[in-house]
Design a protein. Structure first.
Length: 242
């Protein structure tokens, strides 16, 4: 089966549309949380995802918009954007977000927004954090988002240290050996200084995952955000990919 792996869409419909148009044929979508927050089209993003065969889990921004968690843990701009999105959510979109589990296991793959140890919150930025998380899931592969940074952490064999590998655009990584934690990067707000939308394509038969990027109409997303009165800083950062 071929799976389109996406994360951190953050209400950026232009970026989500570009990813769906760019992705080669796939059977299903796996969305790793933070569908909403930051940008201006939360309902549209949920409606578009819901029109595809997909599974999804909750992110911290999804919970922030729902009011399930204290927004004091968010920076001021993220808090403003979450409060704005809370006002916009349709009842159907709210119900969709409320139904999101914290983690799921699909075949031999675990899905968690932040980490398997602390699904909604923990950031896996380094190999030692990835290593500590290996005991918190049972499958050979775990997919995470949350950092908005494409990443591969790989333990070649049991007892060996976890290493960070640099994801190479268009070059599939084989997760057949050892255990791995992979982050596809962010669709709607990349932070690796590459403003293009990031995603990944998983082939569960070949046991590979390939990082991919696609340019999208950033100005269109920014126009929607300005019209909504969202904070200037989170509008501008899209064009710098940070
Ligand atoms: Zn996020």
């Amino acid at each position: 089966m071929r799976i389109l792996v996406i994360s951190d869409i953050h209400s950026n419909l232009a970026a989500l549309e570009a990813v769906l148009a760019d992705a080669p044929a796939y059977d299903q979508i796996w969305s790793l949380g933070d569908i909403v927050g930051y940008a201006a089209q939360p309902n549209e993003c949920i409606e578009l995802l819901a029109s595809h065969a997909h599974v999804y889990i909750a992110g911290n921004h999804d919970w922030g918009v729902l009011g399930n968690i204290d927004l004091d843990d968010f920076n001021p701009d993220a808090r403003k954007a979450a409060l704005w999105a809370r006002e916009q959510l349709t009842p159907a979109a709210r119900m969709y977000l409320e139904q999101a589990p914290e983690t799921i296991v699909e075949g031999e793959v675990t899905l968690a927004h932040g980490s398997p140890r602390s699904p909604v919150w923990e950031y896996i930025m380094r190999a030692n954090t990835a290593q500590q998380n290996l005991t918190h899931f049972q499958t050979s592969l775990c997919l995470v988002g949350h950092t908005h940074l494409p990443a591969i952490f790989w333990q070649p064999a049991e007892g060996m240290p976890c290493v960070a590998l640099r994801p190479q655009e268009g070059q599939p990584f084989s997760y057949a050996e050892g255990r791995s934690i992979v982050n596809p990067g962010s669709v709607g707000q990349p932070r690796d200084y590459d403003p293009r939308a990031a995603y990944a394509l998983l082939d569960s038969d070949a046991r590979t995952i390939e990082h991919r990027r696609v340019a999208y109409d950033i100005r269109a997303a920014q126009r929607k955000m300005r019209a909504a009165g969202l904070p200037q800083h989170i509008v501008i950062r899209l064009q710098y990919g940070q």
